[in-house]
Design a protein around this ligand. Structure first.
Ligand code: FE2
Ligand code: FE2
Length: 319
């Protein structure tokens, strides 16, 4: 049986793919400026500069709009943690280094523009927002996979599999957030961010697809681990459960969307269930993955939807 590739070997082998993808990304990415998306004429000073501080009556966002905006922003705020994760598992040299730097710089725009929008429009309490950011960033980030005990080479594969799904998940979340905010300015901003997330997803998905071609059994193991343990990057932030429940209840990000709009499109793109290049080890993992997805489809998603529908009926009866 051939031995597993080391992380260094995987990175070396895939560098030409990374280079092609970076060049394609740079050709397709649109340069944009966060300040263009913020309605500055709706802003005014806070008390420290002679104005008035935030109060809930100033916000035009619904409860779910607030929950979704806060969750998306705190997720974007945690960029230093994701950068650390990616920079540790990718390389600083050549195309890898170019990508990590460029991706980080693009991601930074997302938190900049959402925070400016929320503070200027007084959409959420800026003090509570800042406190939540402090807690969330101090806590850092975990993809849900325990880095200890994973095989050599798995760090990169786990990272690239995780971000393939996670970039698409954030795209879905931003797009659906724009729907619940009911503000054309927020809509334009969030569509702009979602377009970036899509290009990021394409980079990672392509690299992870090349990893599957290079080391099929190793890569499917990493993919299965990520799918079965997937946690949104917001897991662990203050009020994540409460906000996550609200977002799921109103279709910003729920289990069916996770399965149908995030997991399946990426898995299909990789031809996971049509491939013929797995060894016995990869085949066994693929079967486990298939069983997991089937359980989600037949048991977990319907159970979630029944609970959600009952909760919506209860809410309607209360009004
Ligand atoms: Fe982002
Ligand atoms: Fe992104």
């Amino acid at each position: 049986m051939p031995r597993d590739l080391t992380q260094g070997e995987v990175l070396r082998e895939l560098e030409p793919v990374a280079e092609t993808c970076v060049n394609r990304h740079l050709a397709m990415a649109k340069d944009w400026n966060p300040h263009d998306y913020v309605p500055w004429d709706r802003g005014r000073n806070f008390a420290m500069l002679g104005g008035i501080d935030w109060d809930p009556g100033q916000s035009t966002l619904s409860a779910v709009g607030k929950a979704a905006m806060i969750t998306n922003l705190l997720t974007e705020d945690n960029l230093p943690s994701y950068h650390r994760e990616i920079a540790q598992n990718f390389s600083r040299d050549g195309a890898w280094g170019t990508w990590v730097g460029r991706w980080t710089a693009e991601e930074m725009r997302h938190s900049t523009v959402i925070r400016d929008y929320l503070v200027v429009t007084r959409g959420v309490d800026p003090v509570a927002l800042e406190q939540a950011r402090m807690v969330h960033m101090t806590g850092g980030f975990s993809s849900g996979v325990d880095a200890a005990g994973v095989a050599d080479g798995a760090g990169f594969l786990h990272s690239v599999a995780y971000v393939s799904f996670q970039e698409l998940a954030t795209r879905v979340s931003h797009r659906n957030t724009s729907r619940v905010c009911e503000d054309p300015i927020a809509d334009r901003m969030l569509q702009r961010i979602a377009a970036d997330e899509n290009l990021h997803m394409i980079f990672y998905r392509t690299v992870c697809g090349a990893a599957l071609d290079l080391a099929p059994d190793q890569a499917i193991e990493a993919i299965d681990t990520i799918v079965e343990n997937f946690r949104m990057p917001g897991a662990g932030m203050p009020d994540f459960r409460r906000n996550g429940v609200l977002m799921a209840k109103y279709g910003v990000y729920d289990l069916r969307q996770h399965l149908e709009d995030v997991l399946w499109p990426v898995l299909r793109q990789w031809n996971i269930f049509e491939r013929t290049d797995f060894g016995a080890r990869g085949e066994a993992v693929r079967e486990r993955l298939a069983a997991f997805l089937e359980d989600m489809e037949r048991v977990k998603v319907p159970r979630f939807e029944e609970q959600r529908d009952r909760a919506l009926v209860r809410d309607a009866a209360r009004i």
